[in-house]
Design a protein around this ligand. Structure first.
Ligand SMILES: [Zn+2]
Length: 114
């Protein structure tokens, strides 16, 4: 007798990394955990990320994305249809604006050779 140990969750709220094949249903989109990786933060600490496989909400092509263990939002589209210019949350928009402002300031302030 074999019982598939398929686990389905409906939110990204893990204490530890989910097992491979854990299924995440998020707003009608299905993600399957395929592994994990470590992400080095600028301050030097490593955060574990869950690597998911899903299908693009736009074209249905499989793609992979990664999230943190808690409360993050995975991509809903493949890299081709993913629009980095369109942040979904207000917080994300603010962060993006700040990032762009810094980027332009740095560019403007760069010495043009002297
Ligand atoms: Zn796509």
């Amino acid at each position: 007798m074999t019982t598939p140990r398929l686990r389905v969750v409906h939110a990204i709220n893990f204490r530890i990394l989910p097992l491979p094949d854990t299924v995440l249903m998020l707003e009608g989109q299905r993600y399957v955990a395929i592994g994990s990786r470590l992400h080095r933060k600028p301050d030097g600490t490593d955060v574990p990320l869950v690597v998911w496989r899903s299908h693009c909400a736009e074209c249905g092509m499989p793609f992979e994305c990664s999230t943190t263990l808690k409360g993050s939002h995975p991509n809903r589209r493949c890299p081709e249809h993913h629009s980095p210019g369109a942040a979904v949350t207000r917080k994300g928009q603010a962060r993006q604006k700040k990032f762009l402002a810094r980027k332009w300031r740095r560019k403007a302030a760069s010495p043009t050779g002297r």
